[in-house]
Design a protein around this ligand. Structure first.
Ligand SMILES: NC(=O)c1ccc[n+]([C@@H]2O[C@H](COP(=O)([O-])OP(=O)(O)OC[C@H]3O[C@@H](n4cnc5c(N)ncnc54)[C@H](O)[C@@H]3O)[C@@H](O)[C@H]2O)c1
Length: 118
């Protein structure tokens, strides 16, 4: 099973990546590091099943392999961060959520050989 964790280099996301790996999942951590830090997942680099990419999920994300779960935790997450990144906060809560729902929808049925949904 393979999960995509957005905001994976953040506080909640990094712990989630760790827990999923412990439970035997493969994990793709997706983060643009706008408020998170790569250091949060540095201890997971090189661990079997873990990958990370720097990407803004307010832009579409196209992946070739199977995805069994999308956990969307990407967002600036404090009043200070909202004030520093107001438009990016709105975008990730709307476009980012839309894009991640699209990814989940496109990957539904991947393991069963069903065609991707538009
Ligand atoms: N921490 C809490 O107690 C708590 C409580 C309730 C809800 N939440 C919500 O959970 C989510 C995560 O919170 P957190 O405390 O882990 O915050 P965080 O700031 O530690 O992590 C958020 C991560 O999202 C990344 N990010 C932001 N915009 C992005 C984008 N467009 N594309 C890719 N990555 C992006 C940031 O770089 C950061 O690493 C937020 O939506 C927050 O509002 C958190």
């Amino acid at each position: 099973m393979r999960a995509v964790v957005t905001g994976g280099a953040g506080f909640l996301g990094s712990h989630l990546c760790e827990r999923l790996l412990e439970d035997g999942w493969q994990v793709l951590c997706v983060d643009n590091l706008v408020t998170g830090v790569a250091q949060n997942v540095a201890h997971l680099q090189g661990r079997k099943g873990f990958e990370s990419i720097q990407h803004n999920v307010s832009e579409p994300l196209y992946l070739n392999d199977a995805v069994d779960g999308v956990l969307h935790f990407a967002s600036p997450a404090s009043p200070v961060d909202y004030a520093d990144h107001p438009i990016a906060t709105l975008k990730v809560g709307t476009l980012g959520t839309h894009n991640m729902l699209g990814l989940a929808r496109a990957k539904r049925g991947f393991h069963h050989g069903l065609p991707p949904r538009p």
